[in-house]
Write a protein that binds this ligand. Sequence first.
Ligand SMILES: [Zn+2]
Length: 332
Amino acid sequence: MSSTNAKFNEFANAFPSFTNLPFSHNETTRIITDEIPDLLYKELGLEFGNYKIYGSVGTGNWAEIAWLGILDRRITESTTKGYYVVFLYDRELENLFLCLSLGWTQFEEEFGAKEGRQKIRQYRNHYSKLLGAHEGFTSSDIELHAKNQLGKGYEAGTLLSKKYSVQNIDSVDIIDDTLKILDIYDTLKDIVGDNILNLEVTDTHLETVVDDFKKEVAANTFKRIDDDVIASMLGKASGKPPEIRQKMINQIVRNRKFANYIKQKNNFVCELCKRQPFIQKNGLPYAEADHIIPIGGSARGLDDPSNLRCLCAQCHAIITHGSDEEVRKLLS
Ligand SMILES: [Zn+2]
């Protein structure tokens, strides 16, 4: 059993026995607040500066639902806001759900508890339609058997999830699943931006409009786009708020651990032109990972470090979009 899986199991077996005692942190609660987060940073290859990984058993009182979140700091630093990847135990600690969820508290504060519950469901349904199906994950409701407001909010706000039985947790690859859901998280960020409440989702009509628009974009992507197609798409586009950014979703799941590995191995220096990386706002060097044999299209190269190289943005753009002559010049 991987150590992360074992820790999720250990926590679920030991935690209920503490909840009859007054609230305090102890060795068991530290499994979810400290030990699993430390393991996940390493196993997932995530930087502390980019991702906040933290777990909770409640503050001041025992939480009904214990959780552990993985938050993209560019979107949110708190599970009350934005959207994030989260592990949620059900009330009985029999099942663990790996979820992509919307923060409940922002809806409760904006709309009140009753309307907030309807709103979060509308947003959730809307985004899960935009994301489409992802193998291994379901968009149907999760059952935490929650009795309090917060736990019910988690249930209503989860747009994609995968369920694990705590007792059989040794048979699943939690790290691989988490990398997959982090990729979907990235895709959602491309669609939504950093503020979930930017978008006023009012009724199912809007969802249909957006869905039809998306289908039309897809249908026309590989055709020559002439003026009347553009005019028709603009007509459809005016029926939705401008904050929605449409995007074709890349269904090929890339393993960001490999990409990070190849960048780190090259100290973020471009393998072709030897250019040094620039430093990003978040303090980290910037580089891009390029599949030497493309993983998409007819080539179907491997997503494997042996098929990856570390490039600067300019060289990556030339390799991807340059003429044969430009590519030859660069490679020689
Ligand atoms: Zn370069």
